[in-house]
Design a protein around this ligand. Structure first.
Ligand SMILES: Cc1ncc(COP(=O)(O)O)c(C=O)c1O
Length: 374
C-alpha cells in the first residue's frame, strides 16, 4: 500500500462541482483581481471568525508582515515568538524590519510558553506572536493577560489551525489580528498560494487594503505600498472549501483519534496531546521519538514502506545555517523544548480523505518499526 501525505486531489474530486462552479463564475465575470468573488469570500471569512473584517492577501507570510506593518511595528520594535515554527513567522517579523525575540515553547503543546514571555519583555517589545502549531491553539488567555499588563499587541499566526478553539476562547477573540495561510497543504487550502488577515480593527483593515494594492484605495491615487492581493480564482476555490472546513476538521480529529488508539501501546514515541477544553484540528499529527537518534530511522522506515511521512520542522529557525543573516534576533533563556521538538518530530500522513485502511497501515508500520529498535 502507498500512503501519501496529502489528499488534495481526493478533496477536489469530492467537491469538484462546487469548486468548478465558483471558478467558472469568476472566469465568466471577467473580474479576476479585486472582483466580487474576493469581496464575497472576505465577508464569509470574517463571518466564520465572528469578526468584522477580513482582507485577502497573496500568502500567509504576507498576511503576517502586512499585519505587523499595519499595526505600526517596524525597526526598533521587538516581537516575541518561538523558533519551532515554520520559518515564515520569523521571516515576516524581519520583513517588517523588527527584531525577532525567541522564547521556549511549551513541552506538551509545542506552542509559545506564556511562562517564558515576561522575561523577554523590554521597553522595545511591541507584540506577542503566538503560532497555533499543528492545529492546536496556544494559551491565548494567558498570552492576552500578559499583553494587557505590558500594553502589547497580539498577532496570531494561524496558518495551521483554522477552526480550532481553546478552553473558553475562539481564535481572533483575544488578539489584534489573525493571519491565515491558504497554501494548498493547509486545512483550508487553495490550488496555490493565498492568505488573509482577519480583525476587528477597522483602521488595520483599511491599512492592509491600501498596502496590498500598491498603496491605493482609490484608482490612480497611491501612497507607498505593495502588490499582495488574493486573486478571485483563489477566493472562489477557498469560498467553496470554507463551507466544508468544520466537517473536514472533524474528519481530521477522528483520524487522529484512530492513530492515537492504534499507537497507544507504543513505548518509543510520544503522541500529540489535546488539552482539555481545546478543539485540536490536527493540521499535522506529530509524534516525537523519545530517542532523537530514532527520528530519522522511523522516518526512513515509513518511507521505505511507501508511507510519505515528513518532519515539521526538523531544523528550528535558530539552528538554520547562517542564522540570523544579519537580521535582528535574540533568544531569551534556554529553549530546550523547541530544540527537543525539532530533533524528534515525525509527522504521520493526516488529511480528511485518509482511509481507515491507510491509517491502519501507518499504525502497523510504526509498531513494526518499534520492534526493530526496542
Ligand atoms: C506557522 C506558519 N506561519 C506562516 C506560514 C506562511 O504561510 P504561506 O506559506 O502562505 O506564506 C506557514 C505556512 O506555510 C505556517 O505554517
Amino acid at each position: 500500500m502507498k500512503v501519501g501525505f496529502y489528499g488534495h486531489v481526493r478533496q477536489y474530486h469530492n467537491i469538484k462541482a462546487e469548486i468548478d462552479k465558483n471558478m467558472q463564475e469568476v472566469m465568466e465575470s471577467g473580474a479576476f483581481v479585486m472582483g466580487p468573488m474576493l469581496k464575497r469570500f472576505e465577508k464569509e471569512l470574517a463571518d466564520y471568525h465572528g469578526l468584522k473584517h477580513s482582507v485577502g492577501v497573496n500568502s500567509g507570510t504576507d498576511a503576517l508582515w502586512l499585519a505587523f506593518m499595519g499595526l505600526g511595528i517596524g525597526p526598533g520594535d521587538e516581537c516575541i515568538t518561538t523558533t519551532n515554527t515554520f520559518f515564515a513567522t520569523a521571516e515576516a517579523i524581519w520583513i517588517a524590519g523588527a527584531t525577532a525575540v525567541f522564547v521556549d515553547s511549551d513541552p506538551t503543546t509545542n506552542n509559545l510558553d506564556p511562562a517564558k514571555i515576561e522575561a523577554a519583555i523590554t521597553p522595545r517589545t511591541k507584540a506577542l506572536v503566538p503560532v497555533h502549531l499543528y492545529g492546536q491553539c496556544a494559551d491565548m488567555k494567558a498570552i492576552r493577560q500578559i499583553a494587557d499588563k505590558h500594553k502589547l499587541l497580539v498577532i496570531e499566526d494561524n496558518a495551521q489551525s483554522i477552526g480550532a478553539s481553546g478552553d473558553g476562547f475562539r481564535i481572533g477573540e483575544l488578539s489584534d489580528a489573525v493571519c491565515l495561510s491558504f497554501i494548498i497543504q493547509k486545512n483550508l487550502g487553495t490550488f496555490g498560494d493565498g492568505g488573509a488577515v482577519v480583525t476587528n480593527n477597522s483602521a488595520l483593515d483599511q491599512e492592509i487594503r491600501r498596502m496590498r494594492n500598491h498603496g491605493s484605495l482609490k484608482r490612480s491615487v497611491h501612497s507607498y505600498g505593495f502588490n499582495s492581493r488574493l486573486d478571485d480564482l483563489h477566493a472562489g476555490i477557498i469560498s467553496a472549501k470554507l463551507k466544508h472546513i468544520d466537517d473536514w476538521n472533524d474528519l481530521r480529529r477522528a483520524r487522529a483519534a484512530r492513530y492515537s488508539a492504534g499507537l497507544a501501546g507504543a513505548t518509543t514515541i510520544t503522541l500529540p496531546t489535546e488539552l482539555p477544553g481545546y478543539r485540536h484540528v490536527y493540521h499535522l499529527y506529530v509524534v516525537e521519538t523519545k530517542n532523537p537518534a530514532h527520528r530519522d530511522q522511523l522516518l526512513q522506515y515509513l518511507q521505505d514502506n511507501d508511507i510519505d511521512a515528513k518532519c515539521h520542522y526538523p531544523i528550528a529557525i535558530h539552528q538554520q545555517e547562517g542564522y540570523p543573516w544579519g537580521k535582528e534576533a535574540r533568544i531569551v533563556g534556554e529553549i530546550p523544548n523547541s530544540e527537543r521538538n525539532a530533533a524528534r518530530c515525525v509527522s504521520l500522513p493526516m488529511f480528511p480523505e485518509l482511509t481507515e485502511a491507510e491509517l491502519d497501515y501507518v499504525v502497523e508500520k510504526v509498531l513494526e518499526w518499534e520492534k526493530t529498535v526496542a
